[in-house]
Design a protein around this ligand. Structure first.
Ligand code: ATP
Ligand code: MG
Length: 369
């Protein structure tokens, strides 16, 4: 899919205008605080998600304005379509092809995008929760029922943890713990099976992108790190019994600490470049390249699943990347629609084919032909 026109009115600091992006690479450059991320955020909102900056809806309305209106024309499912988002104080009206939708999330079936922002570096730099969130969110996009599976697991986990606390005072409840262990490992195994399936695709695709970004000098390898002993075989029953086994073994420890010490909520993904753990040994550029490769892989898997090329939004991705990596990015992913923001206008010279926009004081202007 691709966006052929974006119109913005009363949106953040952007001066009312429209742009006609290219189906390929679109570079948005300008100094700090001019409106580049605001423009990317406007595009992002059309996949039905909330702002990637965690902003509230009314914070998106330009200062002194009563409402913000964003309109796009786009091609998806081989049809020309339109979508509009109007944000007023306290209300959001979303229409798709002239038909009002009950919520923005209803747009997600028609418009999809993948975003990289510098905050996503937490995927490599921070603890395991970030990596679990990445893989879980990515699976939800291609398999919405996974979301309720995760919810059921989390509810069961909370109930087991509550019981661990209660047993401290009421020893007679100990007998009921095995029911929760059974339940938790069953749901956990179903989640793990989905994760492993997704993980295989992710590894293969991310490895390819990372190799391209690093001019084939770096080998990206990832391993799913189980919080219990398991060889990684994709077999729900075997996963379940391995998880159950560990829950039983850890029972004393869990009762003492009053938390569940193993399960999908404790699994992680280990990331290595040339056999060395990226979180510990990776340089800034290497860490950025890994996250970028993961995001591009996420887009590739999405494309294979929904048979539609997602829009790729890359905020401030070029800084900390050397020239070769920047060139790869600007010239090797142009078979889809990409929006890249950057401060340094010299990056534009590295672009062999693409459209360039400059943002200054909220005014977005097309540059060149
Ligand atoms: P950087 O290179 O530093 O990331 P940027 O060009 O991406 O800069 P934006 O994040 O798009 O900058 O923000 C541009 C400006 O928009 C900021 O100065 C911010 O104060 C302003 N801004 C944010 N929200 C609103 C709003 N609701 N109304 C008006 N201006 C806003
Ligand atoms: Mg920015």
């Amino acid at each position: 899919m691709n966006i052929t026109r974006l119109q913005f009115e009363g949106y953040r600091n952007l001066k009312d205008n429209f742009i006609l992006p290219k189906n390929g690479i679109n570079v948005i450059h300008g100094d700090n605080a001019q409106g580049k991320t605001n423009l990317l955020e406007a595009l992002w909102l059309f996949n039905g998600s909330r702002s990637f900056r965690g902003s509230k809806d009314n914070e998106l309305i330009g200062f002194g304005r009563d409402f913000a209106r964003l309109t796009i024309m786009f091609t998806s499912a081989q049809r020309d379509q339109t979508a509009e988002i109007i944000i007023t104080n306290g209300k959001k009206i979303v229409t798709l092809n002239g038909v009002e939708k009950s919520s923005a999330s209803e747009l997600s079936g028609s418009i999809c995008s993948v975003i990289f922002t510098p905050d996503h570096l937490s995927l490599v730099k921070e603890g395991p929760a970030e990596r679990r969130k990445f893989i879980d969110n990515a699976i939800v996009q291609i398999k919405p029922s996974y979301y309720s599976l995760l919810n059921r697991y989390n509810q069961t986990l909370s109930q087991r943890n509550a019981l661990l606390k209660e047993i401290y005072y009421k020893k007679e409840l100990l007998d009921t713990l095995s029911i929760w262990d059974e339940h938790l490992s069953q749901l956990g195994a179903a989640i793990t099976e989905q994760r492993l399936k997704y993980f295989d695709m992710l590894c293969e695709s991310a490895k390819k992108y990372h190799s391209g970004l690093s001019s084939e000098n770096e080998d990206l390898k990832m391993e799913y790190a189980f919080s219990y002993d398991y060889d990684g075989e994709h077999d729900v029953q075997k996963i379940k019994s391995a998880m159950l086994d560990k829950l039983t073994k850890n029972r004393e420890e869990d009762l003492q600490n009053r938390v569940t010490s193993c399960g999908v909520h404790r699994d992680d993904i280990d990331i290595f470049i040339n056999e060395k753990k990226t979180r510990i040994y990776g340089s800034q550029g290497q860490q950025r390249s890994v996250v970028l490769s993961l995001k591009l892989a996420e887009a590739e898997i999405l494309k294979e699943t929904i048979d539609e090329e997602p829009i790729i939004l890359l905020d401030d991705v070029l800084s900390e990347l050397d020239s070769a990596r920047q060139r790869y990015l600007l010239n090797n992913i142009n078979n889809r629609q990409v929006f890249i923001t950057c401060c340094d206008p010299s990056n534009v010279a590295k672009l062999s084919d693409g459209k360039v926009f400059m943002v200054k004081g909220g005014v977005v202007k097309k540059q060149g032909k």
